[in-house]
Write a protein that binds this ligand. Structure first.
Ligand code: F6R
Length: 359
């Protein structure tokens, strides 16, 4: 039931702080230990490489997962688009472990990869929002998102739920593997910060509504730019905006823009820079200035730590590894408002279905 909300998408954006709290409740005990099946951790720790396979928004959650598993657990991790994996199969390591990220648990592209993985006898985990879904039943292990049904076609709370659960899993695996630095990663504390930060952002949605009206009205195209972790985030931000507003949007590695795509920048082209990483902040700002000099309208979404006084959206504090959890919220809201300001049914974008059961 969407209750007082005009659309499910807005309700689901608002539910994200609750999704973080549910995940803490389901997976983290009062003493900080993680409640995840030891057999799963044992199999993951025996693997020499993790392969995350997913589609669309779940693929974008996988891009963040790669950073979490590599930085926190030091285990090499690859992320693959499910529909490409079968035909463009990477050379697998000796002991691969597969992680399927899927809100619905029914995506045909991912199912087809899992069928092959099972045939080859490799262990697998499905992270999904739907208990007893096909990918859940067919994988060796399942972890549930406990996000409540996601009704809007555009995925929001499943994305942040998947990232949070990947962080919990990375923590558990790091502890299991005795990674010395893992004790510095307070996953419950960080997810609590994420919940509070998300709440701050959704409470300011009327500001974002105004920004959407000023920046995105009438435009045919737009860009999101970022580097490193912010590049992973902008790919999801761009997908959200394009799928519900039909504004053609690209999420670009900001350093790559000048190698061709900058030719598309014209007077008033919206360019949204997401900056959450100290190491890349100065470079992304200079890339934004390059496009501003060619007429682009720039919107800065920056973490408090790296923000300047003129940045329009400032993000609450969180570890840079989990900045996606807060940075995506204004992007989801921009997409939502851009869509309704154009008079569209934001919950049911044209040509799209909630779960894609054909390859
Ligand atoms: C975008 C969106 C899709 C899905 C994709 C995978 O907002 O919802 O890109 O993320 O179709 O779906 P699941 O996660 O159900 O496998």
């Amino acid at each position: 039931q969407k209750g007082a909300y005009p659309y499910y998408m807005l309700k689901e954006i608002d539910e994200q702080p609750g999704v973080m709290r549910n995940l803490i409740k389901e997976y983290i005990a009062a003493d900080g230990s993680i409640k995840i099946d030891q057999d799963l951790l044992k199999e993951m720790s025996a693997a020499d490489r993790l392969y995350i396979v997913a589609a669309g928004t779940s693929y974008h959650a996988g891009l963040v997962g790669k950073e979490l598993f590599e930085k926190l657990v030091k285990v090499p991790t690859e992320v693959h688009v499910a529909s490409e994996f079968g035909y463009n199969t990477p050379l697998l390591s000796k002991k691969p472990f597969f992680i399927f990220l899927t809100q619905s648990g029914e995506t045909a592209d991912s199912r087809q990869v899992l069928a092959q993985v099972n045939k080859d006898g490799y262990p697998s985990l499905t992270i999904t929002n739907v208990m007893n879904s096909t990918l859940s039943r067919e994988a060796t292990y399942t972890l549930l998102l406990y996000a409540g049904p996601e009704i809007a076609v555009a995925s929001t709370k499943a994305y942040t739920g998947q990232i949070a659960l990947e962080a919990i899993l990375a923590k558990a695996l790091g502890v299991h593997n005795n990674v010395p630095t893992i004790k510095d990663f307070d996953v419950a504390g960080e997810l609590t910060k994420a919940a509070n930060g998300m709440q701050e952002l959704v409470d300011e949605k009327s500001e974002i509504e105004k920004i959407a009206a000023a920046l995105l009205k009438d435009t045919r195209n737009a860009f999101y730019i970022g580097r490193a972790m912010d590049y992973a985030i902008v790919q999801e931000a761009a997908l959200k905006l394009k799928e519900v507003s039909y504004i053609q949007t690209e999420g670009f590695a900001s350093g790559e823009l000048k190698h061709g795509t900058i030719a598309l920048i014209q007077e008033n082209t919206p360019v949204i820079a997401i900056i959450t990483d100290k190491r890349t902040a100065a470079h992304t700002r200079s890339n934004a200035q390059e496009v501003k000099a060619r007429g682009a309208n720039i919107l800065y979404i920056a973490s408090r730590e790296v923000a300047t006084p003129t940045d329009q959206i400032v993000l609450p504090e969180i570890t840079p590894l989990l900045s996606a959890l807060v940075a995506i919220v204004p992007a989801q809201l921009l997409a939502y408002y851009a869509s309704i300001q154009r008079g569209y049914d934001v919950d049911k974008p044209r040509n799209l279905a909630k779960s894609v059961t054909v390859e």
